[in-house]
Design a binder for this molecule. Structure first.
Ligand SMILES: NC(=O)c1ccc[n+]([C@@H]2O[C@H](COP(=O)([O-])OP(=O)(O)OC[C@H]3O[C@@H](n4cnc5c(N)ncnc54)[C@H](O)[C@@H]3O)[C@@H](O)[C@H]2O)c1
Ligand SMILES: [Zn+2]
Length: 348
């Protein structure tokens, strides 16, 4: 078992990571609490057996259900079941369930305790930790939400055994991003995460990988809970990724697939603009290539559209693009003002 604490004073909580922990999950849940599990059918059909005796509300499966209708339906179910402020909500599923259940928990009765039990790699290394909750709107994704820390995060890496391969790859991009920002997250001696990932056998190492990622995310969140600055480093590769997702209507690439291409673009941009040297650039591309991720945006897309989409990102301030730029091994810096020509070149 691996444990770590996200230290946020009175909002501190533990992350517990252990293969097969779901089999004894009830040992980690206060028996005196009235528990409401929010999940979806896909996940609950497989793992629901470990939650018998609890109230269960299932939502639709997919990003298209991360919306007001689902939120409203969940609230109505919780309230009509007589939920009290002293009760507990459990989010069991991927990032979609985690975001909606988290938002619901944070607003229902002005806040009901929440435990995150993430079951996708993306949710285990990223979305379940840090307290961001959200739903999507017709004006854009994640535009309505709260910062609401869970009381606990329980992670069973063995749930990845039932996760489709494409979803593993999606989460893998988020794992790899930590290799490029490690020094922004933690001061540490010894083997780097970059080298650890280069040498490990992925399938046998998920417990350790998830632990290392959660530790890095925890350290960033401890220093910048509400994304005033440092937390932006977690968006490494994401500026290009969001633009790519946008021009392909969120239907061609999964988020992680877009992040893989986005990481290649920002590394190339960093090299073109002289922020990193050639050997680190080459080593990085070699590293990303090892994981069989597509790094090149399909040539059939109009690269000018990507540039246009970059400028319409919600994080663009005063028309200036912000990039989480690699500047040295495992180190990034926030950089503004990049010329369009270089942006385009980095997509090629
Ligand atoms: N809150 C945050 O900080 C944060 C960070 C990153 C991403 N997100 C959000 O996370 C969402 C994406 O999450 P995701 O990638 O986990 O997608 P997802 O929640 O849609 O899960 C992917 C698919 O896998 C299925 N699934 C989940 N666990 C499974 C398992 N163990 N076995 C078999 N199938 C399983 C799901 O039902 C779904 O069909 C996006 O909405 C994104 O905005 C939030
Ligand atoms: Zn992401």
């Amino acid at each position: 078992m691996k444990k770590l604490t996200v230290d946020l004073k009175e909002r501190s909580y533990e992350i517990i990571i252990q293969n097969d922990i779901l089999k004894d999950v009830k040992n980690y849940i206060d028996p005196n609490k009235n528990v409401f599990v929010i999940s979806n059918k896909t996940v609950f059909d497989i793992y629901g057996k470990y939650f018998d005796g609890y109230n269960v509300f299932l939502m639709g499966d997919g990003e298209e259900y991360k919306n007001f209708d689902t939120y409203k339906a969940l609230l109505e179910k919780l309230l009509s079941s007589g939920i009290q402020r002293t009760d507990l909500i459990i989010a069991l599923g991927g990032g979609v369930v985690g975001d909606v259940a988290g938002f619901t928990a944070s607003t229902c009765l002005r806040g009901v305790d929440l435990i995150q039990i993430p079951t996708t790699l993306l949710a285990q290394v990223d979305s379940s930790v840090g307290g961001k909750t959200a739903i999507d709107t017709k004006f854009g994704k994640n535009l309505v939400g709260t910062f609401y820390q869970p009381k606990k995060v329980i992670i069973d890496p063995n749930t990845l055994k039932t996760l489709p391969e494409r979803q593993i790859k999606t989460g893998l991009s988020e794992v790899l991003k930590y290799a490029f920002i490690e020094r922004n997250c933690i001061d540490k001696e010894g083997e780097t995460f970059f080298d650890y990932l280069s040498n490990c056998n992925l399938e046998d190492s998920f417990e350790e990988i998830i632990y290392k990622c959660c530790l890095m995310k925890a350290k960033v969140v401890e220093k910048d809970e509400k994304e005033g600055g440092l937390r932006a480093v977690l968006n490494f590769g994401h500026t290009f990724a969001h633009a790519i997702e946008k021009i392909t209507n969120y239907t061609v690439y999964t988020h992680g697939e877009a992040v893989a291409i986005g990481m290649k673009c920002i590394l190339k941009l960093a090299f073109i603009k002289g922020y990193i040297k050639e050997d680190y650039y080459k080593k990085s591309i070699e590293f990303l290539s090892k994981f069989n991720l597509q790094l090149q945006l399909d040539k059939k897309y109009n690269y000018d559209e990507v540039i246009k989409a970059l400028y319409s990102d919600k994080k663009v301030k005063y028309g200036k693009l912000n990039f989480v730029m690699p500047v040295d091994f495992a180190l990034v810096e926030l950089v503004h003002n990049i010329d369009e020509l270089s942006l385009k070149e980095s997509l090629l």
